[in-house]
Design a protein. Structure first.
Length: 251
């Protein structure tokens, strides 16, 4: 489907979802989101705004910071980040129970600086050898970084790699790789693909891949609860799937 018919289909679906419940009361929806879903989100939200009359204000932060901010009392209408973190905030009474909506699934990808040699990452053993040979390694403070730290321990190489690891916060891992500050970098595929100056090698080998579900949840003190519901319905509509897929995620 090309972009114009797809946009029309999405906007039509959105209009049907929001006309009765929210268009008459269009307001400003505040969203606090982590980076992994942002490429698809940035394309879909303007379409939602046109279709619904709502304005969406987006605040972006790393998962660890989102959790701290919400637990610390910050109020928004909708939170988007890794599903386990949403579940924890539900358990903490910060996100409405039953409001979790899964948006997309993403695996962990691997990148090197553009023009650099491309190591073999076709198997767990090949990746292990590439890591041992690398002079510097970068991963994020988000879900992929947490997973990789555990993976390196299970591989028995965590101690050997420790002096070479740079944990990245506040910018894409790919940006660090592009500047030559890491010889190899890992992050959600959707966060690596948009970065200039890197070579995306592909996902982790299947036997060690970790798929993270990214989800949305409504804040218990949301001022625009109906608008947040309409936005979630829009982001999870079948017509949004092509946008999600082209960013390296699966709806």
């Amino acid at each position: 489907m090309n972009s114009r018919p797809m946009m029309a289909a999405i906007e039509l679906a959105a209009a049907g979802m929001v006309l009765v419940s929210s268009m008459a009361h269009a307001g400003e929806i505040t969203v606090l989101a982590s980076a992994a879903f942002m490429e698809a989100y940035r394309e879909l939200v303007p379409q939602f705004e046109r279709a619904s009359g709502h304005k969406v204000t987006t605040l972006q932060a790393p998962t660890v910071d989102i959790t701290k901010r919400i637990k610390g009392g910050e109020t928004v209408d909708l939170v988007i980040m890794a599903a386990p973190a949403i579940d924890q905030l539900i358990a903490d009474g910060k996100i409405v129970a039953g409001s979790r909506a899964d948006l997309a699934r993403s695996g962990v990808g691997v990148a090197v600086p553009r023009g650099a040699p491309k190591p073999d990452i076709s198997s767990a053993e090949a990746l292990k050898q590439a890591l041992m040979a690398a002079g510097s390694i970068a991963y994020s403070t988000g879900p992929s970084g947490v997973y990789l730290a555990g993976l390196f321990r299970r591989m028995g190489i965590a101690e050997a790699l420790a002096p070479k690891i740079k944990q990245v916060k506040g910018e894409p891992v790919g940006a660090v790789v592009a500047r030559g500050e890491a010889e190899i970098g890992f992050q959600q595929v959707s966060e690596l693909l948009p970065v200039a100056g890197i070579e995306y090698l592909g996902p982790l080998p299947p036997e060690i891949q970790e798929v993270t579900v990214f989800a949305a949840g409504r804040h218990v003190a949301a001022k625009e609860s109906d608008g947040a519901k309409a936005l979630v319905a829009f982001l999870t509509a079948p017509a949004a799937a092509p946008v999600i897929r082209k960013t390296g995620m699966e709806p």
